[in-house]
Design a protein around this ligand. Structure first.
Ligand SMILES: NC(=O)C1=CN([C@@H]2O[C@H](COP(=O)(O)OP(=O)(O)OC[C@H]3O[C@@H](n4cnc5c(N)ncnc54)[C@H](OP(=O)(O)O)[C@@H]3O)[C@@H](O)[C@H]2O)C=CC1
Ligand SMILES: CC(=O)N[C@@H](CCC(=O)OP(=O)(O)O)C(=O)O
Length: 402
């Protein structure tokens, strides 16, 4: 469904947009249906009314490719709260033919189609796609999709503008160079205007999201030096996906941490691409990721050198200016430390900046939930932007704490 038809349809039904926020007129009339049902009748009729109201409201038909994985199922969880996006198609590979509720019992209450193999998927009842598949396979699959679909791809396949760099870091030639030219890199707060016009958005990786959000405004404002940026990052295990791997067994992960991908993690070129664009000159970084014994969460601790005469207060003020109107980015009070446990299950990024003991240096800390702001939440934020909807639709989840 094109946006203009979509908007017109919603206008017909009585809702309208005002200053980027939704103004409620009779758009929640189906919610009134729910209230009537709850006053007058049994839990069954309430359940029926709820399903009916969902079907009435959900105008944009969504396919989730890879719904049986962690990011795919997280999209499904978030969409349960979205007033306009309704799922009409879900795919899986090994789990094709199964219901999502049988694969993820926490989603059993949702009224969803069974998952099918991608080769059997019918896209005729689909307007937009969240593609939550492994890199490598994704390019081939997206290449074969109808060209009218809006797509947010969560894999790394369309993130690197230079396909030779893709080949170098991902170990195989790019299979869809024409689509790569069309793709827009979707770090929402940084590239919102380009995302608005995009058909295919490459959703950023989780590490690059947590790293670019604090660094880009400071680099753009020329407050920090482009050399000697050192990034120490830590991820929860869900970052590695749900597929069974020996390295991700409980015994290999619990009661300790370890670094991996030292100097050669495939997010290096993605991080450097974003920072170099912000600086308009080549930036190279030292990046070391670590695996933490937790399911979700990501922290990036970033050591930077300030330009001569710049203070940590200047960095703080610049971040404040950059993000003061951003719903999902929160700069903490001076001296307060961001915790991953304070963003769990939410689309928020918390950040702060601290003076180092070494004069002229500063330490940035940012935290996100790798599955939400680092993947599915940002993907939904991007599709909202692509559809001209308020960016926070379906994303108003406060963090789950404790
Ligand atoms: N996990 C995270 O925190 C983040 C992940 N990403 C990226 O998002 C994508 C999905 O990640 P995640 O959800 O964690 O991965 P999972 O391993 O949890 O899920 C992968 C999904 O893809 C399906 N699949 C696997 N191989 C194929 C194939 N050859 N053809 C069709 N479908 C296939 C799987 O189906 P089945 O289970 O039925 O076999 C499953 O639904 C990846 O590219 C990942 O790098 C990006 C940011 C963060
Ligand atoms: C803990 C863990 O293994 N994390 C993954 C990154 C997850 C992610 O963002 O990967 P994509 O670039 O594929 O989207 C890794 O280090 O490869």
């Amino acid at each position: 469904m094109s946006l203009s038809i979509f908007s017109a349809a919603r206008l017909d039904s009585g809702c309208f947009w005002k200053k980027g926020k939704i103004a409620k007129s009779n758009m929640w009339s189906d919610k009134q249906l729910l209230v009537r049902a709850s006053v007058a009748s049994s839990p069954q009729s309430l359940r029926f009314a709820r399903k009916k109201s969902e079907k009435l409201q959900k105008d944009v038909r969504i396919a989730v490719l890879g719904a049986s994985g962690y990011t795919g199922s997280e999209i499904v969880r978030l969409l349960a709260n979205h007033p306009y996006f309704g799922i009409t198609l879900m795919t899986a590979d090994r789990k094709a033919g199964q219901s999502l509720g049988s694969v993820f019992p926490h989603l059993i209450t949702q009224d969803l189609p069974d998952m099918v193999a991608v080769k059997d998927a019918d896209f005729s009842e689909v307007d937009a796609v969240f593609c939550c598949l492994p890199h490598g396979t994704t390019q081939e699959i997206i290449k074969g999709l109808p060209k009218n679909l809006k797509i947010v791809d969560l894999s790394a396949d369309f993130r690197l503008r230079d396909i030779l760099e893709y080949e170098e870091w991902y170990g195989q030639p790019h299979q869809a160079p024409e689509l790569q030219k069309e793709a827009v890199y979707g770090l929402t707060e940084i590239s919102r205007e380009d995302i608005r016009r995009a058909r295919l958005v490459a959703n950023p990786g989780c590490y690059p999201t947590s790293i670019q959000l604090p660094l880009v405004p400071l680099i753009r404002a020329n407050l920090i030096q482009s050399k000697n940026i050192i990034i120490d990052a830590k991820s929860g295990v869900s970052g590695a996906g749900r597929g069974a791997k020996e390295a991700n067994l409980y015994t290999e992960i619990a009661e300790g941490i370890h670094s991996y991908g030292i100097t050669r993690h495939r997010h290096v070129p993605e991080i450097e691409q974003g920072l170099s664009e912000a600086a308009q000159s080549k930036i190279t970084v030292s990046f070391t990721p670590h695996l933490m014994p937790m399911s979700r969460g990501m922290q990036s601790t970033i050591f930077v050198e300030m330009h001569s005469g710049v203070t940590v207060d200047d960095l703080y003020e610049q971040l404040k200016i950059a993000y003061q109107d951003e719903e999902f980015i929160a700069l903490l009070g001076k001296g307060d430390v961001p915790h991953t446990r304070h963003v769990r299950g939410s689309n928020y990024c918390l950040m702060n900046v601290f003076p180092d003991r070494i004069p002229g240096r500063a330490i940035l800390i940012s935290v996100i939930d790798n599955l939400v702001k680092g993947a599915s939440g940002q993907a939904l934020q991007n599709l909202n932007v692509m559809m001209g909807l308020p960016e926070d639709m379906g994303l108003n989840y406060l963090p789950l704490f404790p």
